[in-house]
Design a binder for this molecule. Structure first.
Ligand SMILES: Cc1cc2nc3c(=O)[nH]c(=O)nc-3n(C[C@H](O)[C@H](O)[C@H](O)COP(=O)(O)OP(=O)(O)OC[C@H]3O[C@@H](n4cnc5c(N)ncnc54)[C@H](O)[C@@H]3O)c2cc1C
Length: 385
């Protein structure tokens, strides 16, 4: 006779792994099923800033404060804003003053994985479907066969969740924005001017109905995005991603009215260009509770990345779901409570992200970006006239 629900977590992203870790500390076992063949199967993406009431809170509840200090980059919290001719509009002078430390996604995932028991994460397991048994439990259907039964399946499987259709008929909608991701390696040694341009944190340049964001990652890497407001199929027609040199040329054409010192970011880029169309679920997305199933993170509330809230919201969901499960004898009621509170909790972040996406690169985009930076800056910030 099992005392805790048998829990399957679909997806070893930051949300799923944080949940597995906090449950583990509470003595509640869970199995994570991840589509990637191994932790090294693909690059995990760029830098993230963790917030006190969500990402950092989750690490505290996960008992990983000390481990986090070894991978956190407190020195990279700077912000710079330029106009397209290279004129500095804003600069955060003290780049280590904030309380939102940066961390590379791969380092965050490695830390969470190292904190879990062996066999907790099953790699190379891409969920295809869920099957409900007569007794109300769930079987997981993988290409390699079935797993289960499980009392509770948590969809932590990101924006295109396989679990979500069992709870909600909503799908993420294209926001109108497409990011073309690029990267610069070894920037300090090989491109010192670009290293200074980006600074210790994030650079934003907006103008001419387009935008460039470039962020310092660990290991002297810069990850950047060229951002366009275009139809969802535009990038596939405009860029030939099989020919990186042609993508670089096309980006230089698109940003021909920007100062060369800025477009040098494209000239210095490595050959990995990736299109990332930005999708979001409706603000206020919710569903009717269904026993044995729930969602967290992007699966529940994917939003545009402009607020920098996505990972933070996913990790906070993990905190709350784990606390509910650990704190109530009736695990079904615990999940329902978690959902009701989560629907309410994420509304502000989702609304803010949606509004930010709507005004990006509009006639008021630059002014709003400047206002936002001024509001969130330390007292040491320099604001150029
Ligand atoms: C361009 C861009 C920039 C961003 N920048 C930031 C930022 O600066 N700050 C921030 O907070 N957020 C940012 N985000 C958002 C952030 O990436 C997400 O909010 C966050 O990763 C969500 O975490 P998650 O654990 O819910 O899902 P994910 O990180 O998407 O993890 C889901 C996991 O599930 C796995 N999976 C998917 N389907 C299946 C399946 N069928 N079976 C098994 N496993 C499956 C995936 O392989 C993945 O490992 C950005 C997003 C984008 C697109």
């Amino acid at each position: 006779m099992h005392t805790h629900p048998r829990i399957a977590i679909i997806g070893a992203g930051p949300g799923g792994l944080t949940l597995a870790r906090i449950l583990h500390l509470a003595g509640i076992p869970a199995t994570v099923f991840e589509r990637d063949e191994s932790p090294l199967a693909r690059p995990q993406g760029g830098t993230l800033d963790l917030h006190e009431d969500s990402g950092l809170l989750a690490l505290q509840r996960a008992g990983l404060d000390d481990a986090f200090q070894r991978i956190a980059r407190y020195d990279d919290q700077g912000s710079r804003l330029l106009d397209m001719s290279g004129h500095l509009l804003f600069e955060e002078a003290d780049t280590s003053a904030g309380n939102r430390p940066e961390v590379d996604r791969t380092a965050l995932r490695d830390m969470l994985l190292a904190s879990l028991p062996a066999q907790c994460v099953q790699w190379g397991r891409a969920l295809r479907a869920l099957k409900r048994r007569d007794d109300g439990c769930w079987h997981l259907d993988f290409a390699e066969g079935e797993a289960g039964p499980f009392d509770l399946v948590v969809g932590a499987d990101g924006a295109w969740s396989c679990v979500r259709p069992l709870l909600s008929r909503y799908k993420p909608q294209y926001s109108g924005l497409t990011f073309i991701e690029f990267g610069i390696d070894d920037v300090d040694a090989r491109h010192p001017a670009l290293s200074r341009l980006v600074g210790r944190g994030k650079l934003g340049v907006e103008g001419g109905g387009k935008e460039i964001i470039a962020q310092r990652n660990g290991n002297a890497h810069i990850r950047g995005y060229a951002i366009f407001r275009v139809p969802s199929d535009w990038a596939a027609k405009r860029f030939d991603f099989a020919l990186p040199a042609s993508v670089r040329s096309a980006l230089l054409e698109e940003f021909a009215d920007y100062d060369d010192a800025i477009t040098d970011l494209f000239r210095a880029s490595n050959d990995l260009f990736v299109a990332r169309p930005i999708h979001a679920l409706p603000v206020g997305h919710c569903w009717t509770h269904r026993r044995g199933l729930t969602l967290l993170g992007d699966a529940a509330h994917v939003m545009s990345p402009f607020g920098g809230e996505g990972v933070n919201a996913a990790m906070r969901d993990a905190v709350e779901l784990a606390a509910s499960l650990a704190g109530e004898d009736d695990w079904g009621g615990a999940v329902a409570t978690y959902e009701t509170q989560m629907f309410e909790r994420v509304i502000d972040a989702a609304q803010g992200s949606a509004e930010a996406a709507a005004v990006q690169m509009s006639h008021i985009g630059e002014a709003l970006a400047l206002e936002h930076l001024r509001q969130h800056s330390s007292n040491n910030s320099n604001v150029a006239a």
